[in-house]
Design a protein around this ligand. Structure first.
Ligand SMILES: [Zn+2]
Length: 287
């Protein structure tokens, strides 16, 4: 059964670790992430962008696949199915389809409009027992074709959104989606500390987890980050392993063309990435 992310994130905040959100793209991705979380006895959040939702034939298809997989694989760790960077319309579609957690990204609206729409969704999600993530200060890089400016969030605006009763808050602290450029100045820990100070017990979310050095991840967790989003890193791991399989000509040997064989190295690479992140975030054996 899918669960809201509320309890797992409150436990993470209190226990000074973070739960990983791993974005999914297809059955192989979902299976690899769920199996690894189960092996490591870790709670897990499956992230779905609206683009990935379209690719997987709609949010209802995804709910069916994930619920079926939880049963079929005998998954007992807490699993939240979460809309990543949802639009206002997308949030309602996912609520309707049976997602257990929603992100409404109103960071591109003026703060008043972000507040008004977030407030409305807080009430809707509360009624259905779903967790809700809000965002203040756009996160840099590209997410489904939307290029964020990499703003640093205003701690006072963070407090205004947190006070609406959201479950968790994503705030721009110099983090970027995708690969980080060589001249990236690093996370803004001064801003993170100021936000943490303002919002108290509210779990904070760090987007763009790919390529942030381990020491910065640990420091961010110590300053109140309880959810870390990982997407690109699994894609790069899958790509490298699949490329190697083909370059070594393994698809040309015997039944190496069988998709279950062809995609297996990529799946193993996703599992290794997820395992490494769960260890780094400290959520192993916290299910
Ligand atoms: Zn993000």
């Amino acid at each position: 059964m899918l669960v809201s992310a509320k309890e797992m994130l409150e436990k993470a905040k209190a226990g000074h670790y973070a739960v990983g959100q791993f974005n999914i793209n297809n059955l192989e991705w979902t299976k690899s992430i769920l199996q690894t979380a189960q092996e490591m006895n870790s709670p897990v959040i499956l992230g779905v962008s609206e683009g990935a939702g379209k690719y997987m034939c709609g949010f209802k298809t995804i709910v069916g696949m994930v619920e079926g997989m939880i049963e079929g694989l005998g998954i007992t760790v807490p699993v939240a199915l979460h809309l990543d960077h949802g639009t206002y319309e997308g949030a309602y579609k996912c609520i309707e389809a049976g997602f257990s957690s929603i992100m409404f990204d109103g960071s591109h609206y003026p703060i008043e409009e972000n507040i008004q729409k977030t407030r409305e969704l807080v009430a809707v999600c509360a009624k259905k027992g779903l967790s809700l993530e809000a965002e203040v200060g756009a996160i840099g890089g590209e997410e489904d074709g939307v290029l964020g400016g990499g703003e640093v969030a205003d701690p006072n605006e963070c407090k205004m959104i947190a006070d609406l009763g959201v479950t968790m808050l994503a705030a721009g602290i110099g983090n970027i989606h995708g690969k980080y450029p060589a001249n990236w100045p690093g996370l803004r820990f001064d801003t993170l500390a100021a936000i943490s100070d303002k919002v108290g017990q509210m779990p904070l979310v760090l987007h763009g987890g790919t390529g942030i050095p381990a020491d910065m991840i640990k420091k961010a967790i110590s300053l109140g980050v309880s959810k870390i989003n990982v997407n690109t890193e699994c894609q790069l791991a899958f790509q490298a392993a699949t490329r190697q399989y083909i370059e070594e000509g393994k698809d040309l040997v015997g039944k190496g063309f069988d998709p279950r064989k062809l995609l297996a190295p990529g799946c193993e690479a996703i599992k290794a990435t997820v395992r490494e992140k769960i260890e780094l975030f400290g959520s192993a054996n916290k299910a």
